[in-house]
Write a protein that binds this ligand. Structure first.
Ligand code: ADP
Ligand code: MG
Length: 527
C-alpha cells in the first residue's frame, strides 16, 4: 500500500478539502493585488483627498481579504495535517503489528519516517496547493496582458522543471537509504540502553558507544547526502531561471525592433514583473516536488492495514489437535520432517530435545502461529488458529500498567475471576495488599522472573481455551514453584503440550504424560 495523493484525499473530510482550495485561491491573490494596487499610482497624481482616502480604504480591504484567507488556509492546513498524521501513524502501527515487524523497525516508521512524511509530503502538498493556485492566477494575468509574449514567457519558465524530472527517482532512493540507516540507529541505541549492565560490567562503554555513534553519524550523513543532492538539483533549476528570463527578453527585443505583434517596452516590463510570479510559483513547485520525491519509498507500506475484529473464534468443546504430514523448514534448515500425530482432547504431552532442535518451532506450529511448510495442523479437523489455543512463551511479556491490565489485556473480566487466577498461580499474597491495582514496571525488574512467568500463566488460565501450549515455562521457577504450578496446570481438563528441559518424573507418571523426543527432525514417542 502506498500513501499517495488519493490516500490523502480519502482521509480528509470533503468540507476540509473544499475549504482548503477556496482559502488557497483567495490567499494567493497577493501578487495580482500588488499589481492592481500599485498600477493605479500614476492615476493618483493630483487626485482629490476623497479619492486618495477611497484608494487607501479599498487597497487595505483587498490586502485584509487576502491575508485573512492566507491565515485561514494555514490553520486549515494544520487541521488537515493532524487528520493525516493520525491516519498515517495508525496505518503504520497496524501494518507493523500485522506483518510481525521487528520493534525497532516499527518505531522507526512511527517516529522518523512519519515525521519526514509529515514535513516533506503532507506539508509539502499544502505548499504545492498554494503554489499551483499562485501559478495559475499569475499565468492567467500574464496571458491577459499579452497573449504571445505571455505564452513565450511561460514556455521558457517550464524549462526550470527539467532537472527535477530527471532527479526525482534518485532523490526517492536516497530517502530510503536514510530510513534504513535510521533503522540501524534505533536498533543500536536500543541495544545500548538495554545492555547497560553488561556493557558496564565488561567495561566496553567506549567501544560500544563508538558503535552507536557510528550508526548515528551514518544516518545523519545519509540525510545530508539527500539534502545536498536536492539543493544541487534546485541549483540546476535556478540556472535555468536565467534562461527563462533572458529568452523572452531576447525575443521581445527582436519583435520590438521589428515592430511585430505590438510588443512595447512597457509590455515587456509588466510581463517581466508578472512572469516573476509565474516563475516564482513554479520554482516553489519544483522545491516541493523534490520534497515529495524524497518520501517516495518511505510512503510504501508493506501491506494495507486490516481492521481488527473483536469477535473471538468459536472452538468446539473437546477438540483433538492433529498434525497431518506436517513438516517445517526455514529455508534449507529442516526442523521437522513430514509427521502425522493426533493428540486427543485432554491429553498431556511432553516435548523434549536439546536446545535449538526446534521445540519452540513445533509449539508455534501447534499454536497456528507458524504455518507448516507442507501438510497441515488441525484442531477439530479445521486448520488451527492462534486464537483457538493458549500459548505461554518462555520469555514472559508484561507491560507498564496495572496487574489487572496485564491480566485482561483490556478485555473484560470480573475482579473475582482475576483474583481467582492470581490465587491459582500463588501470586495473590505476593503482590501486596491490592494486587490488581499494583502498577508493574517490567523494565525496572520489580517482579522476579518466576513471578512474571506465573502472572503470564494466570493470564492464560483466565482464557480457559481447550489447548494449552507451554514453552519451557518452568525455566525461571524454583523446584517448589515449578512443582506447584505444574501440579495446578496438569489438573486442568484441557490438552497440554509442554516443552521442557527439567522434567518432574512424579507428575509425569501421575498425569500419564506421553513424551515425544524431537531428534533428527522426527518426533519419537518415548512413553
Ligand atoms: N522464524 C525463524 N526463521 C528462521 N529460523 C528460525 C526461525 N525460528 C526458529 N528458527 C531456527 O530454528 C531452530 C530451532 O529453534 P527453536 O524452535 O527455538 O529451538 P528450541 O526451542 O528447541 O531451542 C534454531 O536454529 C532457530 O534458529
Ligand atoms: Mg525454545
Amino acid at each position: 500500500m502506498t500513501i499517495n495523493f488519493r490516500w490523502v484525499l480519502r482521509h480528509l473530510p470533503l468540507w476540509l478539502i473544499a475549504a482548503l482550495i477556496i482559502t488557497a485561491i483567495c490567499g494567493s491573490l497577493e501578487g495580482i493585488i500588488n499589481g492592481v494596487v500599485l498600477g493605479q499610482f500614476p492615476s493618483l497624481v493630483g487626485a482629490s483627498s476623497a479619492k486618495l482616502i477611497r484608494y487607501l480604504l479599498t487597497s487595505s480591504t483587498l490586502y485584509l481579504f487576502t491575508y485573512t484567507f492566507l491565515y485561514l488556509c494555514q490553520i486549515l492546513t494544520v487541521v488537515a495535517i493532524k487528520h493525516l498524521n493520525i491516519a498515517l501513524k495508525q496505518s503504520m502501527l497496524t501494518v507493523s503489528f500485522q506483518q510481525g515487524e521487528a520493534t525497532s523497525h516499527g518505531l522507526n516508521h512511527l517516529t522518523n519516517d512519519a515525521a519526514k512524511i509529515e514535513t516533506n509530503y503532507f506539508s509539502a502538498l499544502a505548499t504545492l496547493l498554494t503554489a499551483i493556485c499562485g501559478a495559475v492566477l499569475a499565468t492567467t494575468f500574464v496571458l491577459s496582458v499579452h497573449l504571445l509574449m505571455g505564452t513565450i514567457a511561460i514556455a521558457f519558465s517550464a524549462l526550470t522543471m527539467i532537472p527535477m524530472v530527471f532527479a526525482q527517482k534518485k532523490i526517492g532512493k536516497l530517502g530510503k537509504d536514510w530510513s534504513q540507516a535510521n533503522d540501524r540507529t534505533v536498533q543500536t541505541a536500543n541495544d545500548w540502553l538495554a545492555g547497560r549492565r553488561e556493557i558496564n560490567q565488561y567495561r566496553t562503554e567506549q567501544s560500544f558507544f563508538a558503535r552507536v555513534t557510528g550508526a548515528l553519524t551514518n544516518s545523519e550523513r545519509r540525510l545530508q547526502k539527500q539534502n545536498i543532492f536536492q539543493w544541487t538539483v534546485q541549483y540546476g533549476s535556478w540556472l535555468l531561471v536565467i534562461a527563462a528570463m533572458m529568452g523572452p527578453w531576447a525575443i521581445g527585443f527582436y519583435l520590438m525592433q521589428h515592430g511585430g505583434f505590438g510588443v512595447s517596452i512597457s509590455i515587456l516590463l509588466t510581463l517581466t514583473l508578472s512572469a516573476d510570479h509565474v516563475v516564482g510559483s513554479i520554482r516553489q513547485v519544483m522545491a516541493v516536488w523534490g520534497d515529495l520525491a524524497s518520501t517516495k519509498d518511505l510512503r510504501k507500506l508493506q501491506a494495507a492495514p486490516i481492521p481488527f475484529s473483536q469477535t473471538a473464534a468459536k472452538t468446539p468443546t473437546a477438540p483433538a489437535l492433529a498434525l497431518h504430514q506436517a513438516s517445517l523448514a526455514f529455508g534449507d534448515h529442516q526442523i521437522l520432517r513430514p509427521t502425522t500425530v493426533t493428540i486427543p482432547y485432554g491429553s498431556k504431552v511432553l516435548l523434549t530435545g536439546p536446545s535449538g532442535v526446534g521445540k519452540t518451532s513445533c509449539l508455534n506450529l501447534l499454536a497456528g502461529w507458524q504455518q507448516p511448510t507442507t501438510g497441515k495442523v488441525d484442531l477439530a479437523d479445521t486448520p488451527v488458529q492462534s486464537t483457538d489455543v493458549t500459548y505461554v512463551p518462555q520469555e514472559p511479556w508484561l507491560f507498564t500498567g496495572t496487574v489487572r491490565d496485564n491480566l485482561t489485556l483490556t478485555a473484560h473480566y470480573s475482579d473475582k475471576e482475576l483474583l481467582a487466577s492470581l490465587q491459582e498461580v500463588g501470586l495473590l499474597t505476593e503482590l501486596g495488599p491490592d494486587p490488581l491495582s499494583r502498577i508493574l514496571h517490567p523494565d525496572a525488574n520489580d517482579l522476579s522472573g518466576g513471578q512474571k512467568q506465573r502472572l503470564v500463566i494466570a493470564r492464560a488460565l483466565l482464557r480457559r481455551r481447550p489447548v494449552l501450549l507451554l514453552d519451557e515455562i518452568t525455566a525461571g521457577l524454583d523446584d517448589k514453584n515449578a512443582h506447584a504450578v505444574r501440579g495446578l496446570l496438569y489438573r486442568l481438563p484441557q490438552t497440554i503440550v509442554e516443552s521442557a528441559h527439567h522434567l518432574d518424573p512424579a507428575l509425569i507418571q501421575e498425569f500419564h504424560f506421553q513424551t515425544y523426543h524431537l531428534q533428527d527432525q522426527q518426533l519419537i514417542l518415548e512413553h
